[in-house]
Write a protein that binds this ligand. Structure first.
Ligand code: ASP
Length: 310
């Protein structure tokens, strides 16, 4: 049996020590620990990386603390438009959904697109039709409602501003979510899920559901899930760039992930971070913001859970 490992994130941003109550900080840590353990348990039982990342992300989607699933940010129209993607590094198969509403676990719908359709990426009304055909219930907006997200939106809804959830200093509510894993067979997988940006309009789609930008997995290199200013992560093709630096330049996972986050995406103005794993189970968690909700655990007994820069 080979080494296995998992890493998760709950968004990166201006997370400054002392701005959050210790009670809220504990809730974040508990939510991260619970999602991490759920994913790790799958790997420990000999399950696949794909199942592990899906389950970990489902847990993060189900907590209103993060900007994904329940607790997603409000769009300009006062709705929740969610995006998600999943990729299997052993087959290079991928599934993604964008601009979906009312779906409890967008990550599972993304997986169904990968496994039950001939396509990779479904958006909007068509994605919703596919969800209904596959037995998904469409939940009412109240399920996704979160008071803090609502107040964030109220603050900017009459302006042309749109706001990255994780760039708000005051309220400590951040969070696109993601997971990457390496299973005991050396297979890799990545998953990312988000509500996007507060007050977004015109069908804005960020990097999270875009294969190669916010999400990517390939057994020969790495699995990556990103969080940050989506427009820059799309332009930097960030997740695939980490894989390319490993494949074409022979960089290690840690070197490649750091090169992309600390230099290449920063150079074009992008802020954020990523989590990544390679087929040996090595983990990298670089970010160029003040903090990133993150946690990891390996079969070698290493584990960590942190919010701020240490
Ligand atoms: N990258 C996400 C987006 O642009 C936001 C985030 O990571 O918080 O939609």
């Amino acid at each position: 049996m080979k080494n296995f490992s998992i890493a998760i994130h709950g968004g990166a941003g201006t997370l400054v020590k002392g701005l959050m109550t210790s009670e809220l900080e504990s809730r974040y840590k508990e939510a991260l620990a619970e999602a991490l353990e759920a994913g790790y348990a799958v790997l420990e039982k000999g399950g696949t990386a794909l199942d592990a990342v899906e389950i970990a992300v489902q847990h993060l989607e189900d907590t209103p603390l993060f900007n994904a699933g329940k607790g997603s940010v409000f769009s300009n129209q006062g709705t929740h438009e969610m995006d998600a993607a999943i990729m299997d590094g052993s087959t290079l198969k991928a599934g993604a959904v964008s601009l979906i509403t009312g779906i409890k676990n967008p990550i599972s719908l993304a997986r169904d697109v990968m496994e039950k359709s001939d396509h990779v990426f479904l958006a909007g009304e068509g994605a919703m039709e596919f969800a209904k055909m596959n037995g998904y219930k469409v939940l009412p907006p109240e399920y996704f409602y979160d008071e803090v997200r609502y107040q964030q939106w109220q603050g900017i809804k009459d302006s042309t501003t749109f706001q990255l959830d994780h760039s708000v200093k005051k309220d400590g509510k951040f969070g696109t979510v993601g997971a990457v894993a390496c299973d005991a067979f050396g297979n890799l997988a990545a998953a990312t899920s988000t509500g996007g940006m507060t007050n977004k309009k015109w069908g804005r789609v960020g990097d999270s559901p875009m294969i190669g930008a916010g999400t990517y997995a390939n057994n020969t290199t790495c699995a990556v899930s990103c969080t940050g200013s989506g427009e820059y992560f799309i332009r930097g093709v960030v997740a695939y760039d980490v894989s390319c630096l490993m494949e074409y330049k022979g960089m290690s996972l840690v070197e490649a992930a750091s090169e992309v986050i600390q230099k290449r995406v920063l150079r074009i103005g992008g802020d954020g971070g990523l989590i990544a794993v390679d087929a040996k189970g090595t983990i990298a968690l670089p970010f160029n913001t003040e903090g990133m909700y993150r946690a990891y655990k390996t079969s070698q007994g290493e584990h960590g859970l942190a919010i701020y820069k240490d």
